[in-house]
Design a protein around this ligand. Structure first.
Ligand code: COA
Length: 381
């Protein structure tokens, strides 16, 4: 008897944006802004914006491209945001549910299961397109699960491992035998595409993981999970249903121009601080977790890490596995996908299992806002 990850699945949006395309739009926006505000800049009332470069983006992050749902709106220098027509709840599938179903159906097909074989769905993400009803319950209904339960949970970029831990815990508690964790990330809608420091970071994708209790284990057995959180305001997205009240308190009237979003309510981070504070903690959590399970680091064949930044992945790999560690131990998906938030360690896991043999150990590890870190030790059956 064992609790196993038996399959994963992905839904990848059709549009992809290269660094060069992104930078062309950004720099057009900068030139237009500086021209429009030339007098104010000269008077010292405003600061001139600076160009972005593809070279910086690739060197600082390892990102070469990212998938997005709507490339056109993002690449229009007058808009620089994705454009999605509204869908009527109850009559049309929401975009999040549609993407989640794409990934979940792919995972179910890979597991050889039908939707109705599931007992539960946990939709674990960074950003939800509405507060309720839960996206997970919409997926449960639309994919054709007749019974069971579904709920949403948010642990930002760590949501996948926290979701897997919840699924394992639910199975151990007798709430079901087969649970799917779905990570849908429409990061393009929460990103400020006009912020030079972060406009290149994120991409859209959905991932799904099937966790099953089996008499005869298959896939990867989940050996143990470890979760850690500590409050920090260094990575944030403060958009919320209180915004209207806050705007009204500010000036008694809503001045909300969709083309000029309230920038400090979109994604914001202190990138340097995040790098400095999170990397050592991730290494510590993985190392402690392995030690608690009496696992020697040398027997770990893969670290499927959150794809936040190639330099973070490299540093964590070296601090956990030793400075000469083989880079193949920590596979990279960020170059093609960008940072896909909660979905990212599952994207890496889904795409990079070559060379993992029966009995090999691996760690799926996510980290991000909160701060939050999740480590899941798995063993190939
Ligand atoms: N194009 C060109 N230059 C840029 C630029 C851009 N788009 N953005 C910033 N720069 C410049 C800065 O102005 C700065 O110049 P200076 O040295 O002359 O002052 C220089 O590049 C370094 O900027 P900095 O912001 O310190 O870059 P960095 O090396 O820290 O890299 C991140 C930025 C975001 C990639 C990096 O901090 C990071 O990965 N942090 C952690 C991210 C993370 O994991 N977030 C979690 C979200 S889930």
């Amino acid at each position: 008897m064992g609790i196993c990850i038996t399959a994963t699945g992905l839904h990848i949006p059709k549009d992809s944006i290269s660094n060069e395309e992104l930078v062309t739009t950004f720099n057009t926006y900068v030139d237009n802004y500086n021209k429009k505000n030339a007098q104010a800049i000269e008077n010292g009332e405003k600061v001139a914006l600076q160009h972005s470069t593809s070279e910086f983006i690739e060197k600082a992050s390892g990102i070469k491209s990212r998938y997005v749902i709507d490339k056109k709106g993002i690449l229009d220098p007058e808009i620089m945001a994705p454009i999605f027509p509204a869908r009527k709840l109850g009559e049309e599938l929401s975009i999040m549910a549609q993407m989640g179903i794409g990934a979940l159906q792919n995972a179910l097909d890979n597991a050889g299961l039908l939707a109705d074989d599931l007992d539960g769905i946990i939709c674990a993400c960074s950003n939800f397109q509405r507060v309720y009803p839960a996206i997970a319950i919409e997926i449960q209904d639309a994919i054709g699960m007749k019974g069971g339960f579904a709920y949403d949970m948010n642990v930002a970029c760590s949501a996948a491992t926290f979701g897997i831990a919840q699924a394992v815990g639910s199975i151990k508690a007798g709430l079901g035998k087969r649970i799917a964790v779905v990570n849908v990330e429409i990061t393009s809608a929460h990103l400020n595409w006009r912020n030079r420091d972060s406009h290149f970071i994120f991409g859209d994708v959905a991932a799904a993981t099937i966790i099953e209790e089996l008499d005869t284990p298959k896939g990867y057995e989940v050996l143990d999970s470890k979760l850690w959180t500590q409050f920090s305001a260094n990575i944030k997205n403060e958009y919320g249903f209180m915004d209207r009240a806050e705007f009204l308190a500010m000036d008694k009237e809503m001045h909300f121009d969709i083309k000029e979003p309230v920038n400090d309510k979109l994604f914001l981070q202190e990138g340097r601080k995040v790098f400095r504070e999170v990397c050592p903690k991730v290494s510590e959590i993985i190392s402690t977790h392995l030690a608690e399970n009496h696992i020697d680091k040398s027997s770990v064949k893969r670290l499927w890490l959150h794809q936040a930044n190639i330099n973070m992945i490299d540093l964590i790999l070296r601090t956990v596995m030793g400075k000469d560690a083989d880079k193949a131990i920590a596979p990279i998906a960020i170059s093609e996908f960008g940072n896909t938030s909660s979905a990212s360690p599952i994207v890496a896991f889904h795409l990079h299992q070559d060379g993992v043999n029966s009995g090999d150990l691996g760690v799926i590890c996510s980290f991000g806002a909160g701060y939050s870190i999740g480590s899941v030790i798995i063993k190939k059956v």
